[in-house]
Design a protein around this ligand. Structure first.
Ligand SMILES: Nc1ncnc2c1ncn2[C@@H]1O[C@H](COP(=O)(O)OP(=O)(O)OP(=O)(O)O)[C@@H](O)[C@H]1O
Ligand SMILES: [Mg+2]
Ligand SMILES: [Mg+2]
Length: 301
């Protein structure tokens, strides 16, 4: 097969591993920096050009589109789809999952367990907003945050009010969420490929830290997940319409709750923690499922 790998940097661990796995299995891989691709979006014969040449005869495309290039990256991917090239994850599913508010609405509609979450733009009544998630302690998140930055635990009602008002004051977009204390600073990453959890790991924050992010000093270990956690992760990926997804769960008193569904889950942590060859599993999935023109939109909403 001839595979296009949409990635801004071929030195990234995940990109390198996917190239390695594909080449080992006899495929040809072209790494394409989406920002350098250009296309005639009005032509009846959709095409993409890259470094002066037309991108032709690809069998599959693997999108590894960073959050900062979601919009243009999705447009390039959509162009591949219009050309009939099989996408590992479709453009629609990626943009759907990148919109946190939309994702939570879709997941909740299908009965997936979620931490009680309230969104606001300019809440007229901060106290009422706090009551909606059950009062303090509660978690406040900056929508633009990542790697645990901008995720704050407000232990008291007063702290919650002043943090929310502070964020509002600088016009930040936030969400307010029920604090799942019983998860004890840990979350579970389930790596889903083609409707199966192929690997999972537990990430634990350091002593006294409720955020489990590796960038905040968290450590990962293998974990045996429950059948309920397994089916929650698989269903969440399916609702988003993602063939490959990293589903992050918290263990709550009322069962697993989904925090996030990631459409470009990293390979480094999960491969190093579990010792599994996830990159080869992804390539194998493409071998089994890619078909010219198989780009029908999965998921709804
Ligand atoms: N409602 C919650 N209850 C308990 N712990 C939470 C809650 N929300 C987040 N956490 C902890 O904080 C960590 C960071 O939160 P989250 O994943 O939402 O933000 P992020 O990692 O900065 O954003 P993103 O994953 O979108 O890059 C989580 O991995 C989890 O360990
Ligand atoms: Mg996170
Ligand atoms: Mg994330």
């Amino acid at each position: 097969m001839k595979i296009a790998l949409l990635s801004r940097n071929s030195k990234l661990y995940s990109t390198r591993r996917l190239i390695e796995a594909a080449e080992e299995r006899g495929h040809e891989v072209h790494v394409i920096d989406v920002l350098r691709a250009y296309m005639n979006v009005t032509s009846h014969n959709p095409s993409i050009h890259y470094k002066g040449e037309e991108l032709k005869d690809f069998d599959a495309v693997i999108p590894r589109i960073g959050a900062s290039v979601t919009s243009y990256g999705a447009a390039v991917l959509r162009q591949f789809e219009m050309m009939g090239v099989f996408p590992l994850n479709e453009s629609v599913a990626i943009t759907r999952s990148r919109d946190k508010l939309r994702s939570l609405q879709l997941l909740s509609r299908k009965g997936i367990g979620l931490p009680i979450t309230v969104y606001a733009s300019k809440p007229g009544d901060v106290k009422d907003m706090i009551n909606m998630v059950g009062g303090a302690p509660l978690v406040i998140k900056l929508l633009e945050g990542t790697q645990g930055i901008g995720v704050v635990l407000a232990e008291s009602q007063k702290a919650a009010e002043s943090i929310i008002e502070g964020f509002m004051g600088v016009k930040a977009n936030i969400l307010v969420q029920e604090y799942i204390k019983e998860s004890n600073g840990a979350d579970i990453r389930c790596f889903v490929i083609g409707g199966k959890v192929v690997a999972s790991m537990k990430r634990q924050g350091p002593e006294g830290e409720f955020r489990s992010n590796m960038h905040r000093g968290g450590t990962a270990t293998t974990i045996r997940i429950t059948p309920e956690e397994r089916s929650t992760a698989v269903r969440a990926a399916k609702i988003m319409g993602l063939n490959v997804a990293g589903v992050d769960l918290l263990r709550s008193n009322h069962g697993p709750v989904v925090m996030e569904v990631n459409s470009s889950p990293g390979l480094e942590g999960i491969e190093n923690t579990t010792g599994k060859d996830i990159a080869s599993m992804i390539i194998e999935y493409i071998e089994k499922n890619s078909k010219f023109g198989k780009t029908a939109t999965k998921g709804q909403g």
